[in-house]
Write a protein that binds this ligand. Structure first.
Ligand code: SF4
Length: 520
């Protein structure tokens, strides 16, 4: 009889990686794979934090009779989620304290970098959880868990890190079957897939607020391993994939990755990867995340080819999220950000040029997303003007943007911003920030939304996710940054339907269903 383990997924959200439902990130999959790598007979029970909230006794019963409980936690780029509510620091503490008779491990960004519930504040340091959990893993949790099982708790090192992907590739395949325990399995479950770790801007220190450069020199996965993992997940029943766990999908496979700040994309590599992925996953959803606009403007031809290669094999409605963060050159300089106003505009133009064609599900193939961060050192009233000028210029040129993300800086320990940031900065610009968010949400979002999904657009395969108050239901397509569609009436999940766009509400659209619910 094998040992018993419990993985509690408190959800994760990082610059390169999402694990809030319907997404499952790599942590629970790799950790499960490490356990099964040591002993195939082990029993692993997976819980999400939302399941624990709705039935705590089942979780605590399983946890109390297990050999180890691993809690995965840490939102370091806080957002608003409709698919689940990430674990709070208080819950991390409370659950750890209630499991004093079992070996407990805290894993994920909360243990490595810290965690925050909202931007504009220093994050909670991992040290807050030491003494509550038996191990707070600042290294790679799957390697640590494997070492505990092979060498014992005393000899396993919490700070141990992978040197390459040799073990991970094995764990990723073995751990793929954990997806069957996810509450979104057989419905809208989306697997986040890793291609490489670390940012190419590591060579120049990286952006002041970002954790990615803390990983050091980027290490890449062999594309054959990525394909094998995706195939294994497909075999287990996953039908939606996002190749999102990397700072810039366009430079995966570049010979210059890790050597130059802006590596030259390798379109042939990208084409081979996406062609093979498509061959393995039938008509499943295949999306990407994250691209560096500085790379696109520095290598327009290679970038266009690489984006075209993605468009050839992916699913429409895809997003290349651009970490612009600020359109103010002064803030760019002080925070060592990666792109200037003009470079970012050029990159938006290029993605539009090759990506704005409409796909089968009613959405453009691939569009840029723009990320702003408020409260960075160097920010003044001029910063907010420049940010709006940037959006005006996009509108003037009749370019499309899929979505605009605005967040307040989350100050994480060990990042450069933690040394230079002052709380007074956000206080000083509080009204400006509020105004900026209001203007973007009320002026720019509706304008961009209307261009991306004009009235009458038919959106296919919307998965009902939440029944709201006032007789409304929220549904989304599968994939990267899906658009929220508000439907009048109550539709209980599982329910998949098509709808026609009839109006706009903030960052969402209003739709009328065109057919009755299908199960998936
Ligand atoms: S470009 Fe900047 S924000 Fe993006 S991953 Fe690299 S360091 Fe982080």
């Amino acid at each position: 009889m094998g040992k018993k383990f419990v993985i509690l997924d408190g959800y994760t959200d990082e610059p390169a990686g999402l694990g809030v439902p319907p997404y499952i990130d790599v942590y629970p999959r790799y950790i499960a794979g490490a356990i099964w790598d040591v002993d195939r007979e082990s029993k692993i029970i997976y819980y999400t934090i939302d399941e624990v909230r709705s039935d705590p006794s089942a979780f605590f019963r399983d946890a109390a009779s297990s050999n180890m409980v691993i809690v995965v936690a840490g939102v370091v780029v806080p957002g608003k989620y409709i698919g689940g509510r990430p674990i709070s620091p208080e819950e991390v503490e409370r659950i750890g304290r209630m499991l004093s008779n079992v070996f407990t491990v805290l894993a994920g960004p909360a243990a490595r970098f810290g965690m925050g519930e909202e931007g504009g504040k220093p994050a909670i340091s991992p040290s807050r959880f030491r003494g509550i959990y038996d191990a707070v893993v600042s290294g790679d949790p799957e390697i640590y868990v494997k070492d505990v099982l092979l060498k014992g708790e005393e000899k396993a090192e919490e700070w141990i890190r992978r040197k390459d992907y040799s073990e991970i590739d094995r764990f990723a395949i073995l751990g793929s079957k954990i997806v069957k325990q996810h509450p979104n399995y057989n419905y809208n479950l989306t697997a986040e897939i890793e291609t490489y770790r670390g940012c190419s801007r590591w060579v120049v220190g990286g952006c002041s607020f970002c954790i990615e450069p803390l990983y050091g020199k980027p290490i890449s996965r062999d594309p054959r391993s990525v394909i094998l993992e995706v195939s294994a997940l497909y075999e287990e029943g996953v039908r939606s994939f996002r190749i999102g766990r990397q700072p810039d999908i366009l430079v995966y496979g570049s010979e210059e990755l890790g050597k130059k700040e802006n590596p030259k994309p390798n379109p042939e590599f990208i084409e081979n990867l996406f062609r093979e992925l498509r061959e393995k996953i039938g008509n499943s959803i295949l999306h990407v995340d994250n691209a560096n606009p500085a790379v696109i403007s520095a290598y327009p031809e290679e970038s266009k080819k690489a984006i075209l290669a993605i468009v050839k094999y992916h699913s429409p409605g895809d997003v290349l999220a651009f970490g612009l963060e600020s359109a103010d050159d002064k803030v760019v300089k002080i925070n060592n950000l990666n792109v200037t106003f003009d470079e970012a505009l050029r990159a938006v133009e290029i993605v539009n040029e090759v990506g704005k064609g409409i796909g089968y599900n009613g959405l453009p193939h691939i569009l840029p997303g723009i990320n702003f961060i408020l409260g960075l050192p160097g920010e003044t009233s001029r910063t907010y003007e420049k940010n709006l000028e940037f959006l005006d210029e996009i509108l003037k040129r009749k370019l499309l943007v899929r979505r605009i993300n605005i967040r307040k800086v989350l100050v994480l320990p060990n990042t450069r911003v933690s040394v230079i940031w002052k709380e007074t900065l956000l206080e000083k610009n509080k009204d400006r920030a509020k105004n900026f968010i209001w203007i973007v949400r009320h002026r720019y979002d509706p304008l961009f939304l209307r261009s991306v999904v004009p009235p009458g657009t038919i959106l296919k395969d919307l998965y009902v996710e939440k029944v709201g108050g006032n007789n409304y239901t929220y549904a989304r397509q599968l994939g990267s940054y899906p658009l929220i569609v508000e439907l009048e009436g109550k539709f209980d999940p599982p329910c998949v339907l098509d709808a026609r766009v009839i109006g706009y509400k903030g960052r969402s659209v209003k739709g009328v269903p065109l057919n009755s619910c299908r199960s998936s």
